[in-house]
Design a binder for this molecule. Structure first.
Ligand code: HEM
Length: 496
């Protein structure tokens, strides 16, 4: 009891200190325009509310669908407004021009920013925590391994991972999202470690990775051993040890491997310096992390959108059956060239990326006072370009809430379609993600049908938006033409 009282007292005192600090920072923030550089003197902060002391508007953002939070403020204040979430004052920017300014044209004025607890969890040397020379060098190394040559060689591995996931799913009723996470984890592992990881090592990687992921968004209370955060930190240490074992084994064999890990191990900068083992490990986990839930969420949405649009599903199926026949009834493997020439499937992927907009916004911090269109973005404030609002704006996408892949037959206006971000931190894994989508759709519609269980219209945020309960569905083999035709006749969200 005494222990809990002590914890409660510490909590109240800490909160009081934070409120005082916050009040003082607000006072300074309010004055930043007046005391900042001559260029920004006299500028006003954007309109908006900083909400309650310390809490700001965090509860409003996290207690409801974030679309409602942003839409209400956009309507009230316009495309540039201020708010205060997760202990930080922020400027939200919702136009393509503003997103371009933050991510591309004046990207040097905005650095990536993450809570220290999250950096610790992934590993502080992962490329996306950095800006400048180290970031560019790591990015080049990672991008090199995710380019067309490497991906061409990966097609059979992605196909094998998709086939194995669908075999596992067959006959089961389960969460589509969790099934897709199995797939994206397997693809992540084969991309990073090639085919060389022993099954038991892969299982250990998987077990510990998911403990880390589970603690990633939890409240960071490091001193209490049974919290999800503390468990995740321990799992991260075990992952470090597993990776260190893999590095030693490769060095002992004198074969660093033809995969992302080998690329990072062979890496030398202009002065001939190699990466430290920690740098390699943090980047490996960083890529695995960046590749996982993002791709799994979009794959889940694609299944939902296809399920809800039976005519479209028929068209996709016809396109994929033609490839299936070309490949001797699925006996020959998919080729890289085939994965790049599936026009209807590609339109479905683009429209799913737009409508699902699983990355709602990017998060940056101003490294100096910035003047944007006469508004002050004070040094140290967070900046959030809102991808989702651009993707859902009727100004750029007619009838934006409608799932209509044909809209992408005409290229969107430059700067209005940013599912993979833009500029120096744009996603280097976009082609791998699209490859996974194409291969999954191919296997799925040529071999299976799926039944969505219950309603699929509500959305949960985990943290990416996914249909409620991960889209419960059952996978069935489409063994006959009759079963395959059944696709078009099912009512949306039919119970099994
Ligand atoms: C549909 C799936 C995916 C989506 C929607 C997505 C989206 C994004 C976005 C929006 C960013 C930029 C974030 C920012 O500017 O702050 C990003 C960065 C990144 N993504 Fe992806 N991503 C996906 C899949 C992948 C995959 C499969 C990989 C790796 C195999 C990957 C690796 C990365 C990395 C390493 C970064 C950081 C880049 C940097 O900071 O330079 N992503 N992703």
């Amino acid at each position: 009891m005494a222990f809990f009282l002590a914890v409660a007292c510490v909590y109240v005192v800490a909160l009081a200190v934070l409120v005082l600090l916050d009040a003082s920072r607000r006072r300074r923030g309010g004055a930043a325009g007046r005391s900042g550089s001559p260029q920004t003197q006299g500028l006003k902060l954007p309109p908006g509310s900083l909400g309650l002391p310390y809490l700001g508007e965090t509860l409003q953002l996290y207690s409801q669908n974030p679309n409602i939070f942003f839409a209400a403020r956009l309507k009230r204040y316009g495309e540039v407004f201020k708010t205060h979430v997760l202990g930080c004052p922020c400027v939200v920017l919702a136009s393509p021009e503003a997103a371009r300014m933050v991510l591309v044209s004046r990207a040097h004025l905005f650095r990536p920013t993450y809570p220290p607890s999250k950096e610790r969890m992934i590993g502080p040397q992962a490329l996306f925590f950095h800006q400048g020379d180290y970031h560019l060098r790591m990015r080049r190394a990672v991008q090199g391994w995710l380019g067309p040559d490497a991906l061409r060689a990966l097609v059979p591995d992605v196909e094998a991972a998709v086939a194995s996931t669908l075999r596992w799913w067959e006959g089961r009723e389960t969460s589509t999202f969790h099934t897709m996470k199995r797939l994206t984890f397997d693809v992540g592992v084969v991309t990073i470690f090639g085919r060389r990881v022993a099954e038991h090592v892969k299982e250990e990687l998987r077990r510990n990775y998911f403990i880390v992921e589970n603690g990633y968004n939890s409240f960071p209370i490091p001193v209490v051993p049974w919290t999800r955060y503390s468990q995740a930190i321990k799992a991260r240490q075990r992952l470090g040890a597993i990776l260190s074992g893999i590095l030693s084994e490769r060095r002992a064999l004198g074969d660093l491997g033809d995969d992302l890990l080998g690329t990072l191990m062979r890496y030398r900068d202009d002065g001939g310096t190699a990466l430290s083992d920690d740098q390699v490990a943090d980047n490996v986990l960083g890529v695995l992390f960046a590749a996982q839930d993002t791709t799994a969420s979009v794959l889940t949405w694609i299944l939902k959108y296809l399920h809800d649009n039976p005519k479209l599903l028929e068209a996709v199926k016809a396109e994929q059956m033609a490839v299936y026949e070309e490949n001797d009834g699925g006996r020959l493997p998919l080729t890289w060239a085939q994965t790049r020439t599936m026009p209807i499937t590609n339109l479905v992927i683009l429209e799913s990326l737009r409508l699902a907009s699983i990355i709602t916004f990017a998060f940056r911090e101003a490294v100096e006072d910035v003047d944007y269109e006469g508004f002050l973005i004070p040094k140290g404030w967070k900046v959030m370009p809102l991808f989702r609002n651009i993707h859902h704006s009727p100004e750029f996408f007619q009838d934006p809430q409608k799932f209509d892949p044909s809209r992408f037959m005409v290229a969107p206006k430059p700067g209005t379609f940013l599912p993979f971000g833009s500029g120096v931190h744009a996603c280097p894994g976009n082609d791998l993600a699209k490859l996974e989508m194409v291969v999954l759709v191919h296997r799925l519609v040529t071999n299976y049908r799926w039944q969505v269980i219950g309603s699929s219209d509500d959305v949960t945020y985990s943290p990416f938006p996914v249909p409620k309960r991960g889209l419960r569905a059952r996978l069935l083999r489409a063994t006959t033409a009759g079963a395959a035709e059944d696709y078009g006749r099912r009512a949306p969200a039919a119970a099994a």
